[in-house]
Design a protein around this ligand. Structure first.
Ligand SMILES: N[C@@H](CCC(=O)N[C@@H](CS)C(=O)NCC(=O)O)C(=O)O
Length: 202
């Protein structure tokens, strides 16, 4: 049994950010206590001198641990929080497959779906001011996911892992970017939301 610090970790997060949702989903699922400090990207609260002293990259999510250490990057934070849990496959090849999806999520998925959603739903840019290459990129990442899920319930090894949580974060929000979820993805989103006991938009 692990002894938990009486002082919880602090998550600096923006409730509109899928990257921040990932950290919340993992902490909630694993029962890790935390204090959430709402840090608005739109209000430039990630660019104050106080926040930049914690994370010079000026980005959320950021976690501050009771011992004073801080950790940025959503997938790095998830990996740290989930260390030793079933969310990280123990078998080396399955673990590598989970990493494969985590890297793909950051390089190909988040940079398309999250960027299009932010520009449309939050910056409210007219379509003529949005990079037209974003739409085919979004379509391509959703098609790749749909194809992978045709004969699978989860992304790796038929069991819930960080790969599902990383990909869930912005995929479930893709309709806010005007993107329709193909059927297998829509079923997978519901399945993972049930697994994680997500009842509403965080
Ligand atoms: N790769 C990073 C991306 C973090 C990121 O882009 N955070 C955005 C919110 S989703 C942010 O804080 N933007 C504020 C800014 O860049 O000023 C991660 O996964 O944590």
């Amino acid at each position: 049994m692990t002894t938990q610090s009486p002082v919880p970790m602090t998550i600096y997060g923006d409730s509109i950010s899928g990257n921040c949702h990932k950290v919340k989903f993992v902490a909630d699922y694993l029962g890790i206590p935390y204090l959430w400090i709402e840090t608005s990207v739109l209000q430039k609260e990630t660019r104050t001198p106080e926040f930049l002293a914690l994370n010079p990259a000026g980005q959320v999510p950021l976690v501050a641990f009771p011992d004073g250490r801080v950790l940025a990057q959503s997938n790095a934070i998830m990996l740290h929080l989930a260390e030793g849990s079933a969310l990280i496959p123990a078998e080396p090849f399955a673990r590598a497959q989970m990493f494969q999806w985590l890297f793909w999520e950051q390089y190909s998925h988040e940079t398309a779906v999250a960027v299009l959603r932010f520009r449309k739903a939050f910056l409210k840019l007219p379509e003529c001011e949005i990079d037209p290459a974003l739409w085919p990129r979004c379509t391509a990442v959703l098609a790749l996911m749909e194809n992978h899920l045709v004969q699978r319930r989860y992304f790796v090894d038929e069991t819930l892992s960080l790969a599902d949580i990383a990909l869930l974060a912005y995929t479930r929000l893709a309709p806010e970017a005007g993107l329709a979820l193909p059927p297998e993805i829509a079923r997978w989103v519901k399945r993972i939301e049930v697994d994680l006991k997500i009842t509403a938009q965080p």
